[in-house]
Design a protein around this ligand. Structure first.
Ligand code: FES
Length: 157
């Protein structure tokens, strides 16, 4: 895949080719491609001259480094105890209803992926979720509907 090869090379030129460069390179791939494919991992290993196992281990260790194709907007709802106690379940049900998908799934138009994640650091304002890098806090079903509606107005490529 020449396209991935080029992307990995550009990222390596930018971040370097040592072990510390691995994470920013993988993040760069996710940003551009929405996930790190197996092909991409092999390419990173080749470009950085390290074992594919190390690249795979790093990519799969961080839950924020998606190794499966994701939608344009990745929703990560906090599943940790404080958000749980503040009504996370109701928020999840609302999201599932609105998007017509379950956790781990992506909408048919590739617009949204719904995931759960560990504490996002917004426990005092739970329930909390991230859409890509943007945090949303003190969620209620109404607030979630409004947020999703706003995203639905945006173009998808
Ligand atoms: S418990 Fe949900 S953000 Fe910390």
């Amino acid at each position: 895949m020449p396209e991935i090869k080029e992307l990995v090379k550009d990222l390596a030129d930018q971040h370097g080719r040592n072990r510390e460069s691995l994470l920013p390179i993988l993040q760069g791939i996710v940003k551009k491609k929405r996930h790190v494919s197996e092909n991409a991992m092999v390419e990173v290993a080749r470009e950085l001259d390290m074992s594919a196992a190390l690249v795979y281990g790093t990519a799969t260790f961080y839950s924020f480094l998606d190794t499966e194709p994701r939608g344009k907007y990745v929703i990560r709802l906090c599943r940790t105890i404080t958000c749980d106690m503040h009504g996370k379940k109701e928020i999840m049900d609302t999201l599932k209803d609105l998007l017509k998908i379950n956790v781990g799934e992506t909408t048919k138009d590739n617009r949204f992926t719904l995931l759960e994640t560990n504490c996002l650091g917004w426990c005092h304002k739970g329930p909390a979720m991230l859409i890509n890098e943007k945090p949303y806090t003190e969620l209620t079903p109404d607030k979630v509907s409004e947020i999703i509606e706003e995203y639905l107005k945006q173009e998808i490529e």
